[in-house]
Design a protein around this ligand. Structure first.
Ligand code: NAD
Ligand code: BTL
Length: 502
């Protein structure tokens, strides 16, 4: 059983440096999906609360209180943020686990990754003062500088709540932007703790603002409002399309990190045990609620039967449990509604002809109190079937087979997404060839899942627009400005002076 922290926070909106309640007075209970315990009560923001937060972010930006701080000093605040996060790691990890049901060991890893993200952008801030351009004229001084985009709306999902927000907040602050963050309505707790850290470290009022509430009410103004210069969204494809469409009315800058249907390609010469073990990680870590989950296993035909038998045997043995259960290897799904969606997806696959090898149902016994769904393997699937095309965002892996390299690549690229993928082989030449041909934003060779703050993350195709992390992750929050100075202005004579002498 999870125990709730004593938060009865009817004032969970952080606007202009103050904790306030929703204007409506509405609140929402946050429920741990591992056992249904209420772990927090937070304010439920509506449109007018978000508009207040936007006004605060706009005023803070326009006053220059943050954008005019020299970039190395902004970087210093990010480094101090990282240090504070490391000190408060356990408190943050616990809050994340209670909201998501994620195992505490995974939440601790997330907190370390978040601190590393703040450190990376803290160091990157101020490293580059723009560039001088040779205009081909000695009288001209021409340079390109990078300025903050302005007020950013940030909308984030529930699976990696603070991590996905950190990938936006850290570069935005490094660039000199101000922002309004709207985390998933299901998992707001660590975002609240984060505002507490910013306040503690003296970030000026109005630079970081937080609204907790549902997407259509609290989130939509961030893509619609003319005072927001950029909206950065991480979440599902359909929501991303809605946000991009809404943002077009004011021609905002838009960054989208969307879903994936990620291929995990295994050649017959791969290290068998490592490939099976990592296929389990790829599909079932965090019960598959990972944008880059290896949900499409694509195995060379000659080893497919043995490989899948072993995968099924291992999947059947995975132990499920709550965040603080030391024996658990993975946790619950986020909600009852999501579990129903995953189950319907599996049923649709079976109805289309897939063979259910294991799982395909909720957990029983002790697991009945939570939103558990058993690791599920579906084989005998074909390209075009819904389970091969659509993201399940649950512990479900489908198995396809191939005969040669060309077929492997064609199968792996046959998706409207393009977020991530892996290739398993001991042939270094083939590994590089296949990696080069896969149309996905991240390719792992003989590994699955690692990401680094210094390496870009994002999708090809309908997995998104733009990149987070790496130098491009900072550039997302910057506008390039060309400053051209003529130090010896002269009459050009382009237009004759027809009035001269009159
Ligand atoms: N590419 C990545 O890096 C990445 C990372 C994590 C998750 N994801 C994706 O996120 C999805 C799962 O997350 P989810 O279920 O929270 O996604 P979701 O799209 O349902 O919700 C994401 C966020 O959008 C908000 N929202 C919903 N409707 C909105 C609207 N009309 N206007 C503004 N905001 C709105 C929600 O309240 C939430 O905060 C999966 O598809 C997953 O692949 C992608
Ligand atoms: C981006 N990542 C892998 C941390 C989480 C995706 O859901």
């Amino acid at each position: 059983m999870t125990t709730a922290p004593a938060t009865a926070a009817a004032t969970s909106l952080y606007i202009d440096g103050a904790w306030v309640a929703a204007r409506s007075g509405d609140t929402r209970e946050i429920v741990c999906p591992a056992d249904g315990a209420v772990v927090a009560t937070v304010s439920e923001a509506g449109r007018e609360d978000t508009e207040r937060a936007i006004a605060a972010a706009r005023a803070a930006f326009d006053s220059g209180v943050w954008p005019s701080v020299p970039a190395p000093r902004r970087g210093d605040l990010l480094l101090r943020t990282a240090a504070r996060l490391r000190e408060r790691r356990e408190e943050f990890a616990r809050a994340e686990s209670l909201d998501t049901g994620k195992r505490i060991v995974e939440s601790r890893i997330d907190m370390d990754d978040i601190a590393a993200c703040f450190e990376y952008f803290g160091r990157l801030a101020g490293q580059e003062a723009g560039r001088v351009v040779d205009a081909g004229d000695n009288a001209v001084v021409s340079r390109v500088v990078h300025e903050p985009v302005g007020v950013c709306g940030m909308i984030t999902p529930w699976n990696y709540p603070l991590l996905q927000a950190a990938w936006k907040m850290a570069p935005a602050l490094a660039a000199g932007c101000t922002f309004v963050l709207k985390p998933s309505e299901l998992t707001p707790s660590t975002a609240m703790l984060m505002m507490d850290v910013f306040e503690e470290l003296g970030l000026p009022a109005g630079v970081a603002n937080l609204v907790t509430g549902a997407g259509a009410a609290a989130g939509a103004p961030l893509s619609e409002h003319p005072d927001v210069d950029m909206v950065s969204f991480t979440g599902g494809l359909e929501t991303g399309k809605r946000i991009a469409a809404a943002a077009s009315a004011t021609v905002k800058k838009v960054a989208l990190e969307l879903g994936g249907k990620n291929p995990n390609v295994v050649f017959a010469d791969a290290d068998f045990d490592a490939a099976v073990d990592n296929a389990l990680n790829a599909a079932f870590v965090h019960s598959g609620q990972v944008c880059s989950a290896g949900a499409r296993l694509i195995v060379e035909r000659s080893i497919a039967e043995r490989f899948v038998d072993e995968l099924v045997r291992r999947a059947e043995g995975i132990r499920l449990g709550g965040p603080f259960d030391d024996g658990a290897e993975t946790g619950p799904l986020i909600s009852a509604a999501h579990r129903e969606k995953v189950d319907a997806y599996v049923r649709a696959g079976v109805a289309e002809g897939a063979r259910l090898r294991c799982g395909g149902r909720s957990g029983d016994g002790d697991l009945e109190a939570g939103q558990y769904y058993l690791p599920t393997v579906l084989d005998r699937v074909e390209r075009g079937m819904s389970v091969v095309v659509d993201e399940a965002f649950g512990p479900v892996v489908t198995v396809e087979t191939f005969g040669d390299e060309d077929e492997a690549v064609a199968t792996a690229n046959d998706t409207h997404y393009g977020l991530a993928g892996a290739v398993w082989t001991q042939d270094a030449g083939r590994a590089q060839r296949v990696a080069g041909r896969l149309r996905h934003g991240t390719i792992w060779i003989n590994d699955f899942h690692p990401y680094l703050p210094q390496a870009e993350w994002g999708g090809f195709g309908q997995s998104g627009v733009g990149r987070e992390l790496g130098p491009s992750g900072l550039a997302e929050y910057q506008e390039a400005k060309h400053i051209y100075q003529n130090t010896a202005p002269q009459v050009t004579g382009w237009f004759a002076d027809h009035g001269k002498g009159k």
